[in-house]
Write a protein that binds this ligand. Structure first.
Ligand code: NAD
Length: 487
């Protein structure tokens, strides 16, 4: 152990940045706190513009060799990283839960295995990635996927390693080098990923990790002229700031932002299924970008839907996320809790009614909340809360349901519960959303396009869409008999 190591449940985590294949400490630190009980986990190197510049320089230096590395070798190393993550699922799970408060059982069974899948999927997709050559009046067109260069990847705290590797894996597969900036409220698993990648044989400088406050190092990363791609997952205000900062270099951006997604429940739906889908929206204490936080329920079934929902939601167990019986853990930070409660108290003051919840609990926990009697243009219906707070409105016609569903500035996802396939097709065609789920929720295949419309994002990632973003796609046209006069 050194002064730069902390331990979480016996797992050692280096608290320094990872730049150019070595650990680099900053003179300043920030304190990482566990949302489970507010205890201090440790002091983390707090990056400045200096470390940001050093990380970009390291990524730039490492780029030519990594870009020239044959695809099969890049894929082999990505699989070796996946192997390393797979071996450490238990360690990564306990560290992530301690750092961000999401359920340990979810990390073990779903979230960290998904990290493994991120690496394996993009390694395999890289090997399949071809556009067929085609002809134009005897000329051949050949499309190639050229690595674009150093890529800045900025990620949030609600699913830290899963969301980071959903970017890191395709960026590395594409032949880009990476500067990863994890969220300051949950930096630990990014540091462990750096160890795992190095052990897997990823050359120095290909993956760099810089820690710190976005407000302090963000601009230095996103305005850097040597950065060729920026992929960001986070809030709308930060996205706007990044877009301004990147504008001078016209650096291509992929933005995965917030949502205020609807769950539409039609009278012809299987009501038990609809209630199951509805209760799922409290997952991760409501800190899920895709969450369907606005229930839009057909009037004739609204009372019965609400009764069954309350019964089921009231049985959820809230508490320590390390306990296997817990369904809902804490919220990430006292500031987030204040924000959540601010939304709820303002809604109640404006005339909303709390069917359940509507208040804080001890520690960093918020009571699962359902609010009714809310206006379509009210703050609670229009703004993302990012906590366990849902609203319920009713509708009487399909047209009204679609109008209410589309009437926010977001367009990330929408979920439908209906027993009528024709209705599903009709409604889906009219919804503004990057993803629509019909009688299901959160099914995400990595080959599917993922992203949001309107203020929920710019661009799509997933499968070939990820390579579209991380590569400079090139078309080479060769003349017929092009070699006639050239020996
Ligand atoms: P945030 O925007 O506050 O922070 C996200 C990241 O941006 C952090 O790493 C932060 O340090 C960094 N950052 C802050 N200021 C910066 C700046 N000026 N320049 C560069 N980077 C900067 O968001 P958050 O609170 O961490 O995350 C919650 C938000 O993320 C919610 O809106 C949620 O919906 C969204 N989200 C979206 C998706 C998606 O896929 N669409 C997934 C998860 C979360």
């Amino acid at each position: 152990m050194t002064e730069h190591t902390l331990t979480v449940a016996g797992v050692a985590v280096d608290t320094r940045h990872w730049i150019g294949g070595r650990r680099v400490a900053s003179t300043e630190t920030f304190t990482d706190v566990s949302p489970i009980d507010g205890s201090t986990i440790g002091e983390i190197s707090r990056g400045t513009a200096l470390e940001a510049a050093a990380a970009v320089a390291a990524a730039k230096a490492a780029f030519p060799a990594w870009a020239a590395t044959p695809r099969a070798e890049r894929a082999r190393i990505l699989h070796a990283i996946a192997d390393g993550v797979e071996k450490r699922i238990e360690e990564l799970s306990i560290v992530e839960t301690t750092d961000n408060g999401a359920l340990l059982r979810s990390h073990r069974r779903g979230v960290i295995p998904r990290v493994v899948h991120n690496f394996r999927f993009f390694a395999d997709w890289l090997l399949k990635l071809e556009h067929e050559d085609f002809e134009t009046r005897g000329h051949t067109n050949h499309v190639s996927w050229d690595p674009a260069g150093p890529s800045v990847l900025i990620t949030p705290w609600n699913a830290p390693l899963m969301l980071a590797t959903w970017k890191v894996a395709p960026a590395l597969a594409a032949g880009n080098t990476v500067i990863l900036k994890p969220a300051e409220w949950s930096p630990l698993t990014a540091s462990l990923l750096a160890d795992i990648a190095a052990e897997a044989g990823l050359p120095a400088g290909v993956l760099n990790v810089v820690q710190g406050y976005g407000s302090e190092i963000g601009d230095a990363l996103t305005s850097h002229p040597d950065v060729r791609r920026i992929s960001f997952t986070g809030s709308v205000p930060t996205a706007k700031r990044i877009a301004e900062s990147a504008a001078n270099n016209l650096t291509p951006l992929s933005l995965e932002l917030g949502g205020k997604s609807p769950l539409l429940v039609f009278a012809d739906a299987d009501l038990d299924l609809a209630v199951d889908l509805a209760v799922e929206q409290y997952d991760n204490a409501g800190q899920v970008c895709l969450a369907a936080t606005r229930f839009l329920v057909e009037e004739s079934v609204a009372e019965e839907f609400t009764r069954r929902f309350v019964e089921k939601a009231s049985a959820l167990k809230q508490g320590d996320p390390r306990d296997a019986a817990t369904d809902i853990g804490p919220n990430i930070h006292p500031r987030q809790l204040e924000k959540i409660d601010g939304f709820v108290q303002r809604a109640l003051a404006a005339g909303a009614r709390a069917v359940i919840g509507g208040h804080r609990k001890d520690g960093q926990y918020y009571a699962p909340t359902l609010l009714t009697d809310v206006d379509q243009d009210s703050e609670i219906v229009q703004e993302e809360v990012f906590g366990p707070v849902l609203t319920l409105q009713t509708f009487s016609t399909e047209e009204e349901a679609v109008r209410l569903a589309n009437d926010t500035r977001f367009g990330l996802a929408a979920t439908l519960a209906t027993g009528d396939p024709e209705r599903a097709e009709r409604v889906t065609a009219q919804l503004v959303a990057g993803t629509v789920w019909v009688n299901c929720f959160f099914v995400r295949d990595l080959q599917a396009p993922f992203g949001g419309s309107r203020h929920s994002g710019v661009g799509r990632e997933g499968g070939t869409w990820s390579f579209d973003f991380y590569c400079d796609v090139k078309n080479t046209v060769t003349a017929p008999n092009g070699w006639k006069n050239h020996g």
